[in-house]
Design a protein around this ligand. Sequence first.
Ligand code: ARG
Length: 458
Amino acid sequence: MAEKLWGGAFSVPPDEEIIRYTSSLSVDSRLALYDIAGSCAHVRMLAECGIIRKEEAEEIVAGLTQIGEDLKNGTVKLDPAAEDVHSAIEVLLIERVGDAGKAVHAARSRNDQVATDVRLYVRDGIDKLGSSIRGLQRVIALAADANIDAIMPGYTHMRHGQPVLFAHHLLAYVEMLERDRERLGDCRKRVNVLPLGSGAVGGTSLPIDRTYTAELLGFEGVASNSIDAVSDRDFVMEVLSAIAILFIHISRLCEELILWSTKEFGFIAFDESLCTGSSMMPQKVNPDGLELARGKSGAAFGSLIAMMSTMKSLPLSYNRDMQEDKRPLFEAFDAVLHTVDIVAKYVGGMSVDAEALLRALDGDFSEATDIAEYLVEKGERFRDAHRIVGELTRHCRDGDKTYGDLTPDEWRNFSSLFGDDVAALVGPEKSVERKVSQGSTSPGLVKKEIAAWLEKLK
Ligand code: ARG
């Protein structure tokens, strides 16, 4: 039976099975180093405020630091029978430094302690994820740069819309990932607020200085309401929703990479070392990592839903239900951190068949909008131009022709505004070159975008 932090008011020992059921150590032991950092800051503050003696604080900090080292080296194990990581570390501390260790829990409870630890974990996770995302953005921008001349169908409804630069399509993902980084950065501001010192629910009668603790732990502020501070898991839901949206982006990218690498599309191929085979079909070479990256989004959304369902309708303030926040949080972070790096590996190991991209555009009439806009420039109203080019396209389809096969007279049969310069309208290169609007697939603009991203992501 593990040493308990409570028990004075109990007349019988707790039921073993209840203790096993309520223990969170198997999950929250991952928070050990954050817990130690939080406790060190807390006792320094207690000493600064004269609540404990300076020498006592030093003993505690030295003991905690050593426990941290030993945990990292694997030379000590937390008591598996402990209720949670906080209890296990406090018990170990008292075991090691004796009476001084019994002072560490003044002016705090595990409710504000766990909230602090989880915030430290999330803050770290956001920073790691931010740099992984940057890494992915960078390989995508590099792939855009390396394939700047490749033109492909720009799809809507999964059908050819307008020719676009392959690089422009890739940069769409860089934009999405930039929003993910911003979302995480935004969320980080609300994560970076200190709950510690709120006590169990109503604060403490000891004269603590929470601002000092916050400073020591790098928190930008102190939670203003002790009841809210111990009840709040918004930041967990917020970061999980940012991760869920990021996973949506990843799954869309993976889906396209998988499709593009099929025999049917044949746009790209992956380094063989990134693929796996089939136990039955000898010819198979599959980008399974991308499928898994796409698939892992499901469990990440599950984490968000699990967390929201746990929090829904919980009365204030702390309830033990909230202990269930950790598994979904850890699982989502583990999955997303690994996944972003894996996807970057695939993008880095992708070769692009520019000729196949161009072939896909053959005779697809995707310059139609440019032709309508040509007529607008010559004075036609867009709706009429749209109809004219529609009729022109039907004429081509019926006669099994492309726009390039039309004679000047055939063009003029549909509108007298078509001049001898219509040849400049035909072909994917012409189409992208004609674009002038900000954010368009104009090669000049896309080159500038790539340069700006590569500079930003250096
Ligand atoms: N292990 C708990 C958690 O992770 C912290 C302790 C909660 N406090 C309590 N009195 N049971 O949320």
